[in-house]
Design a protein around this ligand. Structure first.
Ligand code: URA
Length: 443
């Protein structure tokens, strides 16, 4: 078989055979196909798509490209959760300790930043000393002893995805239904979870911008899970604005700690509780999501969730004191606040552009080899529907120098649209997709 011919077929929009998909995936996993051919193939898939059968086969081939984790030594139903990626989307850091504090084991394998979206591993690594590269046996021992662990996919788990994910990040090939579905589901099937909750984002900061595109992605992933005999619930949630107020690695750790310590409420907390409550239902801990939310709320109130985060950080070599003293997180050289110079109601924002502004500050990668600046990012003070006037806070930028801060603030100002008339807040979630179908929520 020959990679040039396979790329050529996809370039013309033709359907690939199982053998051709296996050849591409094996080459990605073993390093026998050079990055430039993999990148060309990714772009051909991004431009011409794949059939449902190709996507399913690609997923299974990527799952088989490495080992499948055996979590059977951990008692109970292991429920995993994965987001398609967003801006200020740090639900894992909130719900993983909360769900673990409710007695459900959380064996979580997370990813790094992708395109304009942040990654849990990068956020965790902003905690001094914290390690996310942990061998499978140590990972299992940690979940057995303290009930939770958040690590990067081990080298042997879906290695094809590891290679392709890093290449997609820097070749503008992130926003592709078959590539997202196969990336997420191959890892989830290989991670050994018994059931999966997916957070499929929709809106200007999501990888899929339209609701219909996001529902299609959710359906594709639920179908793949069903075929593999894993219960999957996919919730389509809004990403027309950053989920939390903070965007950037250490800043998002702070946002999560603020929610866990009960200091802040809002969209990040609400969506985390929704996803967490579905995890508790799938794990059999509660019967309804209402019961689940009450349990998670209690774990915030009692401090059990924050305590679990401390334990997870300490077990992975990090400094748990960050949970009480946020000044132990990396601090930016320049912190500059900007306010509105116009008035109106926040109508709309280009959240991808806001994510890219954070990336340009150093919070995300432009090249595979880029080293992140964990301290930088921004805190957005306006949400859709808010009334603002001259002098109302717009954004606080955390940067390496004043010029970078000014550039980021100008970008943010430019991509937020104001309306002269009141604007309704968008819903936090739009639909739930299961094997039984799509349930949409009214606006
Ligand atoms: N998360 C992943 O793991 N893969 C994607 O392609 C998108 C989000």
């Amino acid at each position: 078989m020959n990679m040039v011919e396979i790329i050529g077929k996809k370039k013309l929009g033709q359907v690939l055979t199982h053998e051709e998909i296996d050849y591409f995936v094996q080459g990605a996993a073993t390093g026998t196909i050079p990055d430039y051919q993999l990148a060309a193939m990714l772009m051909a898939i991004r431009l011409n798509g794949m059939t449902a059968e190709e996507t399913t086969y690609l997923t299974l081939s990527m799952t088989r490209s490495g080992d499948v984790a055996d979590l059977s030594a951990i008692p109970g139903v292991k429920v995993d959760k994965h987001s398609t990626g967003g801006v200020g989307d740090t639900t894992t850091l909130v719900l993983a300790p909360l769900v673990a504090a409710c007695g459900i084991p959380v064996a979580k394998m997370s990813g790094r930043g992708l395109g304009h979206t942040g990654g849990t591993l990068d956020k965790l690594e902003s905690i001094p000393g914290m390690s996310v590269e942990i061998a499978e046996d140590a990972f299992i021992r940690q979940v057995q002893t303290i009930g939770g662990a958040i690590i990067g996919q081990t080298g042997t788990l879906a290695p094809a995805d590891k290679t392709l994910y890093a290449l997609r990040d820097v070749t503008s090939t992130v926003d592709s239904l078959p590539l997202i579905a196969s990336s997420i589901m191959s890892k989830k099937l290989a991670s050994g979870a018994d059931a999966i909750v997916l957070d499929v984002k929709t809106g200007s900061g999501a990888i899929m911008h339209t609701l219909e595109g996001s529902i299609d992605l959710a359906k594709a992933m639920v179908d793949i899970g069903t075929l593999a005999d894993k219960p999957v619930v996919a919730i389509v949630t809004g990403m027309e604005q950053p989920l939390g107020t903070h965007v950037g690695n250490a800043l998002e750790v702070k946002d999560a700690i603020d929610v866990l310590s009960g200091r802040t409420a809002g969209a990040l907390k609400e969506v985390s509780l929704l996803l967490g409550s579905h995890m508790l239902v799938l794990a059999g801990r509660v019967k309804t999501t209402t019961e689940g939310k009450a349990l998670l709320e209690e774990a915030i109130r009692s401090g059990a969730g924050l305590q679990k985060l401390r334990e997870i950080i300490a077990a992975q070599g990090g400094d748990p004191n960050v949970c009480n003293d946020l000044s132990l997180l990396p601090q930016a050289k320049v912190v500059k606040a900007y306010s509105w110079d116009a008035e109106g109601y926040v109508e709309d924002m280009d959240t991808t552009a806001i994510g890219l502004a954070a990336q340009a500050l150093g919070a995300g990668r432009m090249k595979k080899s880029d080293v992140l600046d964990y301290s930088v990012g921004l805190v957005l003070h306006a949400r859709i529907g808010d009334k603002v006037e001259q002098g109302t806070p717009l954004v606080t930028v955390y940067a390496k120098d004043e010029a970078a801060a000014d550039t980021a603030a100008a970008k943010v100002r430019q991509v937020i649209k104001l309306s002269p008339v009141p604007v309704q807040q968008p819903p936090l979630w739009y639909a739930i997709v299961t094997k039984d179908g799509v349930q949409r929520f009214d606006r």
